[in-house]
Design a binder for this molecule. Sequence first.
Ligand code: T1G
Length: 696
Amino acid sequence: MANLVNFEKRGPIGVITVDNPPVNALSVGVPQGIMDGVKAGETDSGITAVVLRGAGRGFIAGADINEFLSPPPPGSASLDDVITCFENSTKPIVAAIHGNALGGGLETALACHYRCGTGEAVYGFPEVLIGIIPGGHGTQRLPRICGVEKALPLMVSGEFVPAKTALALGIIDEIVDGDLLDGAIAFAERIVAEGHPLRKIRDETASVPTDGFYENFEKSIAKRARGHLAPYKIIEAAKAAVELPFEDGVELERKLFRECLESDQSKGLMNLFFGERTCTKIPDVPRDTPTQNIASAAVLGAGTMGGGITMNFVNVGIPVTILEMSQEALDRGLEIIRANYANTVKKGRLSQDKMDKRMSLITPTLSYDDIANADIVVEAVFEEMDIKKEVFRKLDDIMKPDAILATNTSTLDVDEIAAVTERPEMVIGTHFFSPANVMRLLEVVRGAHTKKEVIATVMQLGKTIKKVPVLVGVCDGFVGNRMLARYSKQAYQMVLEGALPQDVDKAVFDFGLAMGPFAMGDLAGLDVGWRIRKRRATENAAIKDDAGIDDQICEMGRFGQKTNAGWYKYEPGSRVPIPDPEIEQLITRYCEERQIQRRPIDEQEIIERCIYALVNEGAKILEEGMALRASDIDVIYANGYGFPRYRAGPMLYADMVGLGKVYKAVCGYHKQYGEIWEPAPLLKRLAEQGATFNDL
Ligand code: T1G
């Protein structure tokens, strides 16, 4: 096996190079290699200083996360050992950083005496994103470098900062132009020549924050950090950096790190981390499958979805020709896009000239001729099969032969759409989630004839436009919406049986979902489903027109937030749902008219029926091959439906509850409610084997 760490001499400077592709994680063997390099420098009297750098794409991306899920043999050298080794060094150690210096990688650099890096390097503590805290003294050194008021936002957000910010914060001492190694060697030689001391951050003090800082900071993260453990452990550790001697702070950091690592949350987040990378691996579409270059795109429909989809492309520099049927619709669509960007500029998250650049990449048109040469066209017209078919017949006629024809349908049969074209192998589903320019999830729907190059191209394009692309099969609702339907059915059923909307929403919100099903219905608009049900009832006499509670609410003109009333009422201009006695009376009356005996429903039943409904449907989806893996389903649910990331998703949650317990509960509901709770055969099989979805 190639050396994980190499040592060489450049004149009087020793150079240690970490070479552990793909990201130079601190896997077993790397810490030992670094220490061997420091020792080589120490014992060579011709060496006056040492430079530490990474080979390949970056410096060091942190600890090897795999080793948290399956710990290495005890006794291997650790990051702690490396840090101690640096602190005992009698010669200056200079970190030379390019690419990523993250987590334990940044901590390794902070334990060096000095740091320099390229102008493109990025720095960060992403540990919080996988449910842990910096465990290599980062919570003690960073506040000593830039103060706790700047250190906490960095460690609690997990965001990466660019080189200039790192320099301003004091994380690095110099930005190197030109060749990094040459620059770092020159820096080291200067340190020696000018007799600079061995700078030890541990000996410095962290400034006391202004009064009320910690309270205000906790308030500022409350929404995003709700239910999460690690952010609050980071705050505790950072306080120690201000209040305790270094060693005591390190001791506390170690304790808090262990608490986080042993929590279910870190397992959930680490599984999700790998799940979001595994989902782009498709067994019968190998990594080296040829892909098409997507240099231009076209979007059909300038509505909410079409506008959002357009933004995804121009955000990464791919020009879009956006087509509508009327000038008025086109103008309205462009205005919405412009307003979206202007809002981001106003918030200081986008510069005006970047907004102008993006807007300049959008070409509005009323003519199909103007989109013929686009490399991909994404259809986002009205969700009606006849309209989709008409559009795809037209696209088939005018688009260049190797153009990819994508539909943004959220439930319709992609194969049926593909069948109206002469090129079904070029047709694929790209199901964006509203708002399309915000939601990270992209369900890529593989048609029966979609060719592998098209799948590989669209999965890669998904990553290019900063989405999390997950390949799904053609079935009603694909994966996410199909599972959502089961979940929503249970939520509605429980309101009929005795719960109130606010009871269900609270239980689900406390479980960690971003929003309960009734508040979500009000947000999306109750009239969408209502119109579809009314149309289906007129088209198909067999569908009994027994207006449900949601239909009655719509008949009252209560469509949700857009009408300041739906399941809840809303103060004008507010999005805060307020339980409405009028709805409680409507529910009670509805049940009385149908002799439904209402009963109290507790939180446990609400959570079991909502979440196990997802799990049972997910198991059926897996078994039918509509999703490749259980972790793909979790990635879909965490990125598209607000499932708490620290639980990863419904399938891992079920694994952690124990499939035997889940299966037993599903059988109980099956006995009570009939076929809607028919246990998935896969769930039954795994439960009987004492296995998990993750074992598949
Ligand atoms: N450990 C193991 N594997 C990793 C890894 C890591 N830290 N980072 C990436 N990989 C794998 C990843 O699974 C994928 O594998 C490949 O590398 C490319 O990743 C003590 C305790 C560095 C910004 O959290 O944020 O240090 O799919 O597709 O888009 O305080 O990877 O190819 O088989 O994401 O260019 C802290 C996590 C760890 C960094 C690169 N560090 N990684 O993004 O590539 S905890 C992190 C990332 C820690 C200390 C604590 C990103 C990246 P495969 P990729 P990318």
